[in-house]
Design a protein around this ligand. Structure first.
Ligand code: C2E
Ligand code: MG
Ligand code: MG
Ligand code: MG
Length: 290
């Protein structure tokens, strides 16, 4: 009967649930210490111009370099951190380290046009957010158009007319760029894209992975690329891993590429070596063509 099913469920799942709760607790206890000890830092993943191969930017992807657990990706701690009120602090760390990276690349002789920073809907719902980003950009003397605010496509559907919408509009008015992340998964309408004056759509990895051997993926992605072209906005393919995928996406008119096949997310100190090697690689390619 129902009662015994319930008992079985408790017996089967209680240990697993307890383990998960303990895990959560221990991460949470660690988090404020981790923030204090500078363990939260963005990694940076390159983005390139599909036609020329030139580096157009880096996306900042937060990591927690945990002393015992190693480098943790956002999947392992970001939801928890946001629920427990650390979202704003982590957001500020990622933004300031991203702007600092632009300055450091320039000082090392690499002009990187822009940096992409992910913002959650909670962050964007905070009415202080626009002024904080502006102040930060001022502090680092970085022009707002060099900061690309990445927002999930779903934000635009979930929020019709509220603080999130208003803040995204104000960011645009202040000259910041807007990238629509995970595009194709959230059913945003063309009118939404126009309304928010989006600068670029980032086609989700689920359309990109295996596109060179799947006719359906190719058709869906081509429709998204054509839409972007029709709206006169840029279009970046996420998660490009293989030369085959890269060729198809470039050929169909995707303007930008990002993925392990171009470069993995790296700690700031590794980006300099990567930029240097990538520059040599581009030059050798140009020579080979000449
Ligand atoms: P996203 O913004 O869509 O970032 C792309 C994710 O795909 C990243 O995962 C990246 O490491 C991964 N990726 C990039 N290229 C490839 C590839 O070729 N193959 C595969 N398999 N994966 C690839 P990551 O770093 O784990 O971040 C996951 C998500 O967490 C991000 O998705 C973003 O939504 C969120 N996130 C990351 N950093 C921040 C942050 O600072 N603030 C907020 N609010 N969210 C963040
Ligand atoms: Mg992103
Ligand atoms: Mg994405
Ligand atoms: Mg994604």
């Amino acid at each position: 009967d129902a009662q015994s099913v319930g008992d079985d469920t408790v017996r089967l799942y209680a240990p697993a649930m307890r383990a998960e709760l303990e895990e959560r607790d221990s991460l949470l206890r660690d988090l404020s210490r981790g923030i204090e000890s500078n363990e939260i830092k963005p990694f940076f993943q390159p983005q390139i111009d599909a036609k020329t191969g030139a580096v157009t930017g880096f996306e900042a992807l937060v990591r927690w370099n945990h002393p015992k657990r190693g480098v943790l990706s956002p999947f392992h701690f970001l939801d928890l951190a946001e629920k427990e009120g650390f979202g704003e602090t982590i957001g500020e760390i990622v933004l300031s380290k991203s702007l600092d990276a632009l300055i450091k690349w320039e000082a090392a002789g690499f002009f990187v046009p822009e940096v992409g920073v992910n913002f959650s809907s909670d962050q964007l719902a905070d009415n202080g957010i626009v002024d904080r980003i502006r102040r930060e950009a001022d502090a680092y003397s970085v022009a707002p158009e060099r900061i690309s605010i990445e927002v999930l496509e779903t934000i635009m559907i979930e929020n019709d007319d509220n603080d999130v919408v208003r803040n995204i509009k104000r960011l645009k008015e202040n000259g910041f760029s807007i990238d629509l992340d995970d595009f194709g998964t959230g059913h945003a309408s063309i009118s939404n894209i126009r309304r928010f004056d989006v600068d670029r759509v980032k086609i989700d990895r689920s359309f990109v992975s295996g596109i060179d051997s799947d006719e359906n993926l190719r058709k869906m992605t081509l429709a998204m690329v054509r839409m972007a072209q029709g709206l006169g906005i840029d279009c970046l393919a996420e998660g490009v891993e293989t030369p085959g995928e890269r060729a198809v996406l470039t050929q169909m008119g995707c303007t930008h590429l990002q993925g392990y096949g171009i470069g993995r997310p790296m700690a700031i100190h590794d980006t300099f070596t990567w930029l240097n090697q990538y520059r040599l690689f581009l030059r050798s390619q140009q020579k080979a063509r000449a």
